[in-house]
Design a protein around this ligand. Structure first.
Ligand code: GLN
Length: 538
């Protein structure tokens, strides 16, 4: 079977959270810098159709693609590293695999055969892996298998990898990520867990080609030799993956270990030019020696688990570098804010971001926060629910409509300034039914937001059911909260801005999803620049 696309599988052993996503993204970055087109896919072994219905406490943020897929947060890393958008095909769950096999069974496509995990589920997995390869756009597809080798739920995925290794022979390799723990009592790094985890893979018929060893200390030559010998890999295929200060160091560390070179050799591809990564290195050097510092308050209800706001905190890092500034994020729980403690909680912040979210928990704290930012002229960015809170706060405290709310929380409120979009009214299912993905937006020339983007036509990603209620638009605008961005087809308000405030912008969309190292998001850049100005004038 001939195939021009090469496949790299990334599996993980010993423990979860070894950073397969970052290693995959770093490898893809290095391959891209060598002139290859690479994409990354994540296979998640859980039964949810997608992570859209998952509470952020479970798996962190739900990342949204241009084509409206609700996906794993690792896809955010892929985009931030590669600066290339991902799509629905880049994230597949066990739920989706089974759903599609069961749908085929109901349509009679299996012609009376007994439908089984092998071959039907494994065939579906292989098909999903090759969808990206068959697009003809990519030289290399990197497929990250979620979970840990040996878990019951990962078994069909590892079997699919085994079959593809056999079918495509020279076009596939496996990188296995393991842990080499340091035992302080013994004063030694231990290779046994790695050996056991490779044995587990071997029992499933898969011999890894490359081992990426997560470690807190240097892997010396002896340890590398030992791992190579006991795990049947070549010495240069034992890659040290030391803990790094920042995820953005990892491509540089992997380059020093020649991970990309070994991958290309094993795939039989020419190494082409050596990656220069100039832009990336400049980014890192500013990240490490910024010339100023600002503090931004992030007000949300999931702040105990920072992964819930992953794209926002990474966008701060990108935009901070663009402003030559270190951004310290003060994570503030919206439930803990009330009108008595607000001054002390928010004192000293250079800028305030009110985060996206769902449901009533913490909403009053968010509304109080908006009031503080508005009255004290602190630069403010409200995202999705954060923008909706800005509208509610203005209605209550400036227009005097005390009973203004979103119908998400009070269905029959007197002033439904935020209400359900008409296309959402008869929807009962929770999964994949929001307004999702990229929509165009027209900005008002001269507004702060159009200055930020440097253009009046933008496209941004969405994930919400509720919207600004256009019935009230003239009351808001007359008093100074302007709608400065609208969907050109539907007239939906996507952006609100205060006219008598240095920088107060609320957006119904999620700019954070599109911020990358090569392309820091202009709205975050402008927000931080306003925060810097605020810092310097205080
Ligand atoms: N809960 C709000 C809505 O559905 C906001 C969603 C969000 O912040 N992503 O419209």
């Amino acid at each position: 079977m001939s195939n021009s696309t090469k496949y790299v599988f990334v599996t993980g052993g010993v423990t979860s959270s070894l950073g397969k996503g970052i290693i995959s993204a770093s490898l893809a970055k290095l391959l891209q810098a060598r002139g290859y087109s690479a994409t990354i896919q994540k296979l998640d072994p859980y039964i949810n159709i997608d992570p859209g219905t998952l509470n952020p406490y479970e798996h962190g943020e739900c990342f949204v693609t241009d084509d409206g897929a609700e996906t794993d947060l690792d896809l955010g890393h892929y985009e931030r590293f590669l600066n290339v958008p991902t799509s629905q095909a880049n994230n597949v769950t066990t739920g989706r695999i089974y759903q599609s096999v069961i749908d085929k069974e109901r349509r009679g496509e299996f012609l009376g055969k007994t439908v089984q995990v092998i071959p039907h589920i494994t065939n579906e997995i292989k098909e999903r892996i090759q969808i990206l390869g068959n697009q003809g756009k990519y030289d290399i597809v990197i497929t990250e298998i979620g979970g840990t080798v040996g878990d019951i739920e990962s078994l069909p995925y590892v079997e699919a990898v085994r079959q593809m290794m056999w079918e495509l022979e020279n076009d596939c390799i496996v990188i296995h990520l393991t842990l080499v723990p340091y035992l302080s009592a013994a004063g030694e790094l231990k290779t046994k867990p790695t050996q056991h985890s490779v044995k587990q893979l071997l029992e499933l018929g898969v011999q890894p080609d490359i081992l990426c060893c997560r470690t807190e200390h240097e892997l010396d030559l002896n340890l590398r030799r030992k791992i190579a010998q006991f795990c049947n890999v070549s010495m240069n295929a034992v890659i040290e993956s030391r803990d790094a200060d920042s995820i953005y160091d990892v491509p540089i560390l992997m380059q020093a270990e020649e991970l990309d070179k070994v991958v290309l050799e094993k795939l039989g591809l020419p190494t082409k030019s050596v990656p220069k990564l100039d832009n990336w290195k400049n980014f890192l050097s500013t990240l490490k020696s910024p010339s100023s510092e600002i503090t931004i308050g992030l007000i949300g209800k999931y702040v105990e688990l920072k992964d819930s706001y992953k794209s926002i905190s990474e966008a701060f890092i990108h935009a901070g570098v663009a402003n030559q500034a270190k951004v310290t994020v003060k994570w503030i729980h919206s439930e803990k804010i009330n009108h008595k403690n607000i001054d002390s909680e928010l004192k000293g912040l250079d800028g305030i971001l009110v985060a996206p979210g769902f449901g009533s928990r913490g909403i009053l704290g968010k509304i109080e926060t908006v009031k503080y930012a508005r009255e004290n002229k602190v630069p403010f960015l409200g995202i999705c629910l954060g923008m909706q809170c800005a509208v509610i706060e203005y209605a209550r405290n400036v227009l005097g409509w005390q009973e203004a709310h979103t119908t998400e929380i009070v269905e029959d409120c007197k002033f439904p300034v935020i209400n359900l979009m008409s296309e959402q009214k008869n929807i009962e299912d929770m999964g994949g039914t929001m307004r999702l993905g990229a929509y165009k937006c027209l900005l008002t020339p001269g507004s702060n937001i159009s200055k930020a983007y440097g253009t009046d036509k933008i496209s941004e990603r969405h994930r919400h059911r509720y919207e600004f209620n256009n019935e009230f638009i003239s009351e808001f605008e007359k008093n100074g909260l302007k709608a400065t961005g609208k969907n050109p087809e539907t007239g939906l308000v996507e952006v609100v801005e205060l006219s008598d405030h240095p920088w107060f912008v609320g957006v119904q969309f999620h700019p954070e999803y599109k911020s990358t190292v090569d392309n820091p998001h202009p709205l975050f850049v402008a927000f931080l620049s306003a925060a810097l100005e605020n810092n310097q004038s205080n």
